[in-house]
Design a protein around this ligand. Structure first.
Ligand SMILES: Nc1nc2c(c(=O)[nH]1)N[C@H]1C(S)=C(S)[C@@H](COP(=O)(O)O)O[C@H]1N2
Ligand SMILES: [Mo]
Length: 301
């Protein structure tokens, strides 16, 4: 690919990252990780980008298929079988099919992406994902020009996902993006964290990460990707359409009907951690604002 987005985050002064680098060197690239050069990352130094710990990232989760408590996914997601795993790519594509996760991985370039994750509930983390650009996967399938949206679907397997045995959510979990959002170089399919395969509670074996949108857009454990000309209705939009819209771009100026979105609490800072200001498009304004030029972001929440 001609254009590949590079992280601008610096880690010179981040202890967990140093530990991570050492560990990664020890692993000797067993996971096929591409090393991002320190120089490439050193363009901007931001104190708010200290990586969350492995424990923060993997023991405080939203994955309602395993329950609504923040620790439920960590406690219950072990039961999920992720091998074998098939992803169906269908709808308006040149080459629809069912693809084994391993075959997808063999075709994709795995990179590290350090992104903020901002939940609509006003907590956040900084996560060192490993994954590939969704645009590369979509190119493999060949998006037809009439496709306008991408619809994503999570696994439905109530035997292994106890949360799916209660019907207050119309399972499976669904999310959607416009094709241009899906093709944006910041949009990735994450398959790892800290250089290890992504744990079940974080959405194994592959989950979407759209860092400028509220976390619920980043759908986990994906089994189907459908190109369509109809705007998909996501699970949260379907449940509470006045609170959760299709776009759900992080925006400190547009409050949730029931709480402010102006600031957030970093997970891991303790109960009395200071709130930090939420950034427009979660800090990715420079990269993504042009996608929404001329749009009323209050109406298109
Ligand atoms: N299938 C599915 N995907 C999901 C969710 C879910 O309940 N089910 N929760 C979402 C929400 S609300 C958030 S904030 C993120 C949390 O990701 P994390 O647990 O890896 O931090 O996952 C999103 N993806
Ligand atoms: Mo969330």
């Amino acid at each position: 690919m001609a254009h590949r987005w590079k992280s601008t985050l610096s880690h010179a002064d981040v202890t967990p990252y140093d530990a991570y680098l050492n560990r990664r060197q020890l692993m000797g690239g067993a996971l096929g990780l591409g090393l991002v050069s320190a120089a490439g990352m050193a363009r901007a130094s931001q104190a708010d980008l200290e990586l969350n710990s492995w424990e923060d990232i993997t023991q405080y989760n939203n994955f309602y298929e395993f329950g609504t408590g923040k620790e439920d996914p960590f406690k219950h997601a072990d039961a999920l079988t992720t091998d074998p795993w098939t992803v169906t790519i269908d709808g308006m594509v040149e080459r629809p099919g069912e693809f084994d996760f391993e075959d997808i991985m063999a075709e994709m370039t795995i990179e590290e992406r350090i992104y903020r994750l901002r939940c609509v509930e006003a907590w956040s983390m900084v996560v060192p994902w490993n994954g590939f650009e969704l645009s590369d996967l979509l190119a493999m399938a060949g998006v037809k020009p009439e496709a306008k949206f991408v619809r994503f679907e999570t696994l439905y397997r109530p035997d292994e996902m106890p949360g799916q045995r209660s019907a207050w959510i119309d399972w499976p979990y669904i999310e959607g993006l416009r094709v241009d959002e899906a093709m944006h170089p910041l949009t990735i399919m994450a398959t790892g964290i800290y250089g290890k395969p992504i744990p079940n509670q974080n959405g194994a074996p592959l989950r979407l990460v759209v860092p400028w949108k509220y976390g619920f857009k980043s759908i986990k454990s994906i089994v189907r990707i459908t190109l369509t000309d109809e705007q998909p209705v996501g699970t949260w939009e379907q449940l509470l359409p006045r609170e959760y819209g299709f776009y759900s771009n992080v925006n400190p100026e547009v409050d949730h009907p029931r709480w402010s979105q102006a600031d957030e609490r970093r997970v891991g800072g303790g109960l009395f951690a200071k709130k930090i200001p939420t950034l427009m498009f979660n800090g990715y304004k420079e990269e993504v604002a042009s996608l929404y030029e001329g749009m009323d972001l209050r109406a298109n929440y």
